[in-house]
Design a binder for this molecule. Structure first.
Ligand code: GAP
Length: 437
C-alpha cells in the first residue's frame, strides 16, 4: 500500500472510531485481534446493507426465499462438505521471532518476512473453530462454528421444497455469522475471524448451470452499482484451475479497488451437484428432485453468490470517503447512497430561541416514524452541517426565521451543498422521492 492510500485507510479507521462506526472488540482489555464491534452508526449502516441485500436478493423476486439456519450444525455436515479434510491454509512459523504466516503469502520461500529468520516446514492448518456441545469435552461432543452459511441452506433444501411450492430453478438466501480461524488477518475489517455473510444459493437443472452462472454474475454487478459503488472501482476476476475451491467448477470474484489494492468482495461459484451429492452420501437421504416439466429425476446444480457484510461495509466506506478542499477549510464527506446512510435527515433550528427549536422538534416527530433522523441544536449551523457530512447524512433541514413566517424550511443536499426551500407539509414526499427506501 503506498503512503497516500495508507494515510487514507488510517483516516477512515480513525473516523470509524471517533464517530462510532467501528470499535476494536474488548478494547478496554487491550482488544481481541481481528474482531470488531459496530457502534451506533456502524450498526445502522450494517443493518441497512443487509436490508438492501435482502430486498434485492429475496423480496424483489418470487423465485427466492429466505432462511435463518443455526450456526452450530451436526459435525457430519462439515465432513460431507469437505471442510474437515480440506478447509486448510498452509502455515509456517519463524524459528527465530516465532511469528506465524500463511505459506502462500511468503514472497521469499523459507525466509521470515519480519526478521529474515528460517521458517519451519509447511503444516496444514484447519480454519474451523472447534467447540464442545454439552458438559463433556471429548471428541464425541465436538461441534464447529460454521465457516460459511451455505451449508445451512443445502441441508434445508428439501425442507424448503416440501414446505413451499417452489420449482427448479429457485433460490434460498441467508444472512448470518461465519467464523474462520484465519492465520493472517489484515486491513481492518477486511479479513476477520468472526464476520457475516450474505449468501444466495440458486438450484438449477444440470446443463443450465453455466447460463445461470452468467446471469448471476451480471445481476450481482448491477447490485453493486445500485448500492452506489463507483463502477470504475469494480472488476471481475476469474479463478484459474489452481484457485478454484474444492467444490467449484467455475468461479468469479467481484473485486473492489480498496486503498490496499484490488481485493475480493464477493464470490460467484458454480458448485455443481458437489454439495447435495455429498450430503446425500453422508446423510443417506435422497436429495434428488423430480422435474415435472422434463419428467426427469436429478440432483440439482447450485450457483452461489456469496458476499461478506463487513467487507461490503468497508468497500462502502472506502468508496464514499472524500476530503474536499474548500476555500477556507477541508470538508470530510461520506457520500453514502441515501438508502444505506445511517441517518437520512439532520434537523436543526437555526438558533435556540424564537420558537425555532419547538418547530424543529415538531418536524423531527413527524419524520421519525419514516426515517432515522438526527436532531441537533448545538453550535453554529455550519459546524452542524459538517458533522452530518462526516457521517454521510444525505439531507439536513434547517428551521429559520422564514419558517416562522411561511412554514417553509431549507433542505440542504450533502453532496452539492445546495439548499432548497420546501413547504413543511411537502417534506415527507420530497424526502421519500430522494431517499428511495
Ligand atoms: N460459501 C462460499 C464462501 O464462503 P468465500 O469466497 O470463502 O466463499 C465469501 O467467502 C465471501 O465471504 C468473501 O467474498 C468475503 O466477502 C467474505 N469473507 C470470507 N472470509 C472472510 C473473512 N475472514 N473476513 C471477512 N469476510 C470474509
Amino acid at each position: 500500500m503506498n503512503a497516500q492510500n495508507n494515510n487514507r485507510m488510517e483516516k477512515i479507521i480513525s473516523l470509524c472510531r471517533r464517530r462510532g462506526f467501528i470499535f476494536q472488540s474488548s478494547e478496554i482489555y487491550g482488544g481481541l485481534n481481528a474482531c470488531y464491534d459496530y457502534g451506533p452508526l456502524g450498526s445502522e449502516l450494517k443493518r441497512n446493507i443487509k436490508d438492501f441485500w435482502w430486498r434485492w436478493m429475496v423480496r424483489r423476486r418470487s423465485d427466492i426465499v429466505g432462511l435463518d439456519a443455526a450456526i452450530l450444525m451436526a459435525p457430519r455436515v462439515w465432513e460431507a462438505s469437505g471442510h474437515v479434510a480440506g478447509f486448510t491454509d498452509p502455515l509456517v512459523d519463524c524459528k527465530v521471532c516465532k511469528h506465524r504466516f500463511r505459506a502462500d503469502m511468503i514472497t521469499e520461500p523459507g525466509k521470515c518476512p519480519d526478521c529474515g529468520g528460517a521458517l519451519t516446514d509447511v503444516r496444514q492448518f484447519n480454519l474451523m473453530f472447534k467447540t464442545f456441545m454439552g458438559p463433556v469435552e471429548d471428541s464425541a461432543s465436538v461441534v464447529y462454528l460454521r465457516p460459511e452459511t451455505a451449508q445451512g441452506i443445502y441441508v434445508n433444501y428439501q425442507n424448503v421444497l416440501d414446505s413451499t411450492r417452489l420449482k427448479i430453478p429457485f433460490g434460498i438466501g441467508q444472512i448470518g455469522k461465519a467464523f474462520r480461524n484465519e492465520i493472517t488477518t489484515e486491513n481492518f475489517i477486511f479479513r476477520t475471524r468472526e464476520f457475516e455473510q450474505m449468501e444466495m444459493q440458486y438450484f438449477v437443472k444440470p446443463g443450465s448451470d453455466m447460463q445461470w452462472f452468467d446471469y448471476w454474475k451480471n445481476d450481482r454487478q448491477d447490485y453493486y452499482q445500485a448500492l452506489g459503488i463507483r463502477p470504475a472501482k469494480l472488476r471481475f476476476h476469474e479463478h484459474d484451475k489452481k484457485e478454484l475451491a474444492h467444490y467449484a467448477a467455475a468461479a468469479f470474484d467481484i473485486e473492489y479497488e480498496f486503498p490496499f489494492g484490488w481485493k475480493e468482495l464477493e464470490g460467484i461459484h458454480n458448485r455443481t451437484d458437489f454439495d447435495l451429492k455429498r450430503h446425500q452420501e453422508y446423510s443417506g437421504r435422497d436429495l434428488s428432485y423430480f422435474d415435472e416439466e422434463s419428467r426427469e429425476r436429478y440432483v440439482p446444480y447450485i450457483v452461489e453468490a456469496s458476499a461478506g457484510v463487513d467487507r461490503t461495509l468497508l468497500c462502502i466506506l472506502a468508496d464514499a470517503y472524500e476530503e474536499q478542499q474548500l476555500e477556507k477549510d477541508t470538508r470530510t464527506v461520506l457520500h453514502f447512497h441515501p438508502t444505506i446512510a445511517p441517518y437520512k435527515v439532520g434537523i436543526f433550528p437555526l438558533v435556540k430561541k424564537d420558537g425555532m427549536p419547538e418547530k424543529a422538534r415538531m418536524i423531527e416527530a413527524s419524520l421519525r416514524s419514516h426515517f432515522n433522523v438526527f436532531y441537533d441544536e448545538s453550535g453554529a449551523v455550519g459546524r452542524r452541517y459538517r458533522r452530518q457530512d462526516e457521517i454521510g447524512t444525505p439531507y439536513c433541514i434547517t428551521v429559520d426565521t422564514e419558517t416562522l413566517q411561511n412554514d417553509t424550511v431549507t433542505v440542504r443536499d450533502r453532496d452539492s451543498m445546495a439548499q432548497e426551500r420546501i413547504k413543511i407539509d411537502a417534506l415527507l414526499n420530497y424526502l421519500y422521492d430522494k431517499i428511495n427506501i
